[in-house]
Write a protein that binds this ligand. Sequence first.
Ligand code: IVH
Length: 682
Amino acid sequence: MDDFVEGGEVVSMGNISKEEVKKEIEKLRKEIRYHDYRYYVLDEPEISDAEYDKLMRRLQELEKEFPDLVTPDSPTQRVGAPPREEFGTVRHSIPMLSLSNAFEETEVYDFDRRVRKGLNGKKPEYVAEPKIDGLAVEIVYERGLMQVGSTRGDGEVGEDVTENLKTIKSIPLKLRDEEIPPPRLIEVRGEVYMRRDDFHRLNQERERRGESLFANPRNAAAGSLRQLDPKVTASRPLGVFFYGIGRVEGREFKTHWEILQSFLKWGLVVNPYVELCSDIEGCINYFNKISEIREKLDYEIDGVVFKVNQLEYQRRLGEISRSPRWALAYKFPSIQATTRIRDIKVQVGRTGALTPVAILDTVEIGGARVSRATLHNQDEIERKDIRIGDTVLVQRAGDVIPEVVKVIKEKRTGKERKFELPPYCPVCGTKISHPSGEVVARCPNISCPARLKESIKHFASKQALDIEGLGDKIVEALVDKGFVKSISDLYRLKKEDFLTLEGFAEKSAQNMIDALERSKNTTLDRLLYGLGIRHVGQHLARVLAERFGDIESLAKASEQQLLQIPEIGPEVAASIKDFFTSRENLRVIRELEKLGVRYEKREKPTGDKLKGLTFVFTGELDNFTREEAKEKVEKEGGKVSSSVSRRTSYVVVGKNPGSKLDKARRYGVKTINEEEFIRLIS
Ligand code: IVH
């Protein structure tokens, strides 16, 4: 690529002139910005993460050597500002308005009628966009350089979160000028959000650390952006979609669509589902289409937005009570309902964490029947003053476990009872541990039947040992009957044991024995993940398996050795070490081996039929689980990705495909069915 880099290390700057270094720095910045654009805006990366990191490292090295060549728009300058005492304020030069809402189709037609009346009968075009459930921000770019970023606040004045916004990698510090030059000044507006899976991961981590949980991805995004220390924001996976402008100088736009297209050229991410509709019927069709794919999106949306496309028409329509007359939010049906808390029970998880759960009068929310809602922890119960017998507002949003939003205090009769976490584990009676300062209380007894049940469910799960048919109910019965006292006891089970359980007959009991037998042939990463070592998720299990090859070597590894692995920090290293110091855990591992559990290292490719090809799967396959299909692809040297980009080679379409199929069509990626896939791999 260039003369200075060899295996990512600085060789020597020798007698290279500063002028040359400056040139190289500029070239690197340009390259990095280009790859950011490919990755974030086009969703079509050209280089691997490792190659990208190499460019970044080289730039960092050069800038370290020549600090006077560092500029604020350099891609290295995303994190660096020290924590602040408080946020400054920013007055928006044009107020950030809010949208009027519609919940019924008739309200949408009414909106269109009002618009046409306001335009003396002229019919406008509309732009339809998903309404992202995050928080609104505004960023000012002057001569293409990011200057100030702020939250919406009350619409007039927001908080100065410039340094925090800079840590979001998809926000350009400098607008691209390759296709069209950015205007002298432009204020761009968009929504910062957190993807659902990142939200779940963040909450899991927080739970492990005993920190309070975020109620939903929107709160997680807002909480992450409004951090006084930008380093904290930098550690949170945030994304952004831009959807509008404030003040502009040095450029005239004619339509909203033109604004969005210009955004893309400047490297500002626009939601891929935006659409131009020629009339209001088109908007209604758009709403129906988006409603169908809503649950399959990686992020949460709470409706769609329709905007009059022609800016001249927007100006003519103006605004009324802080909402533009030219835009409408058509919201999805409510996902909240009121019901009564009958009781509060305590659940004990795999790590011993105690979670209070509200038992509700069953209620339908957005098409699902809900009879339980998480109350997260005691602090949360106190903060919301939740009592047994209360009438409460319950919310179910996408993937998030139903939760209590608030108590309807007007409905109190005086008979409601306060709830306190019990001092003893409700399952095994051990005194619970609740160190002061920690949010999460735990049952410390590793043999607690509740913990055991959860550990076994985890061990048997698809991603771990994949013991087919060993569902939650069966695990609970096996533990309750005393057949299983540790993970390894699973492999001592006999057909007769299953026959004593409700619902089992000769054939189904034999099926369970066969499934247990099959699960014995596994891989090291599955086994490590299945053991439920705190902080060791699927990814880390893979890394450890690759690095150590067998359990004995991992068990012997020192914390120091573990810390050499980039993915591992002190807390994780200590937890792995702890796990392998426990005699009980070592005994279980020995037993598993004795009872025939065998693992191989992850299979290295044996063929190369699919070398260089990337596959994405959507929908159910008849002949393979996702995991099996992935193994087949990898065995032939191919790769499997979870999302479609223009570089995807094939999208394999099974039954009930999801939004990946739409994306494949939009990108012109080749789609094949299961039969064609089988032909490719055999
Ligand atoms: S346009 C005047 N477009 O919804 C128009 N807003 O109540 C201002 N939002 O504060 C907003 N996705 O936080 C617009 N595609 C989208 C949006 C969107 C989410 C949020 C935004 C705004 C609120 C409007």
